[in-house]
Design a protein around this ligand. Structure first.
Ligand SMILES: [Zn+2]
Length: 306
């Protein structure tokens, strides 16, 4: 039997990443394209469809893959057919992406939250497939979260479980991209770090924030702000493993040890504090695309998997 190929896609507000993933989760023909003009146009789905067709023409000699799997920085409905809401991309609200693309290409199309794909990749990378509870925290522009229980991604009644970035934080008052005020994402995210930079350290580039100011009170408070939602979820789930990823922990001189100490300070004693296992994701542009491929193979294997 021929090796199946999935077209994995990781679609963000700035870039869209494409790649072909085979049954051994090997990636080929990885491409990054800007998305700005896609989300400015009247019909972004038509434009993404054309980009997919052009990619298949170039890399598959015009043939189609066995399935398409697309990650969005969004909430997705429980059936995993509809992009329901996207805080940072206005054009991506309530769109039946899977139906649209299946009508266009006549092959299975799967969609999910981009952070779920990142965690599927990290579970593979760290050999955690047999662990019962794994929590993923992706600290980037927003505060991404994914929860895997018994090999399944936590879905919830409406498909919107694990929106950790939108738990309310006492004392936080800023407007969040979701429309609420005071979400964790307004204090524990790259957006917050940029605000600290512009308010307090305007002469420091964002890249040098930790190198130059890691011991200043505003930065220590920021790190503690990251640790609170993480520790909260760890205290709820008592996980086998925690994965921390995203762009912020990868910044030069990020105070990783202080973050771990802050998380530990808020954990219930003696457990889960005593034996919490934290692993780090190595953020590469390809991770979400490979994760999209892993997800599609799981869906092709089992009708119940979501
Ligand atoms: Zn929010």
């Amino acid at each position: 039997m021929a090796n199946k190929l999935i077209l994995g896609m990781d679609i963000g507000g700035t870039n869209m990443r494409f790649g072909l993933v085979d049954e051994r989760y090997c990636l080929s023909h990885f491409v990054i394209e800007p998305t700005q003009e896609v989300f400015c146009c009247a019909d972004p789905m038509d434009m993404i469809k054309e980009r997919i067709r052009a990619y298949c023409d170039e890399h598959l000699d015009g043939k189609l893959p066995d399935a398409i799997s697309m990650g969005f920085p969004s909430t997705i409905d429980k059936t995993r057919r509809i992009v329901t809401s996207t805080p940072n991309v206005r054009a991506l609200q309530n769109i039946a992406v899977a139906d649209f693309m299946e009508r266009a290409f006549k092959i299975p199309v799967y969609i999910n939250r981009d952070v779920n794909f990142l965690m599927l990749y990290d579970i593979l990378h760290h050999h955690l497939e047999n662990q019962k509870i794994v929590l993923g925290f992706y600290l980037g522009t927003g505060l991404g979260n994914a929860i895997s229980i018994g090999g399944n991604l936590l879905l919830g009644k409406n498909g919107v479980a694990a929106e950790l970035g939108h738990i309310p934080m006492l004392g936080a008052t800023d407007l969040c991209g979701c429309g609420n005020y005071g979400c964790a994402e307004t204090v524990a995210s790259g957006v917050r770090l940029e605000k600290i930079q512009s308010d307090l350290f305007p002469d420091t580039s964002i890249r040098e924030m930790f190198t130059r100011h890691r011991d200043e009170p505003a930065i220590l408070e920021f790190i503690d702000g990251l640790s609170i939602p993480i520790a909260t979820e760890v205290n709820i789930f008592d996980p086998d493993y925690v994965i921390i990823g995203g762009g912020i922990p990868q910044m030069p001189d990020f105070p990783m040890q202080y973050l771990e100490e802050s998380i530990h300070r808020h954990l219930r004693k003696p457990y889960p504090a005593l034996n919490l296992e934290i692993l780090y994701s190595i953020p590469k542009q390809e991770n979400g695309v490979i994760g999209a491929g892993i997800y599609a193979f799981k869906r092709l294997e089992s009708e119940d998997y979501r």
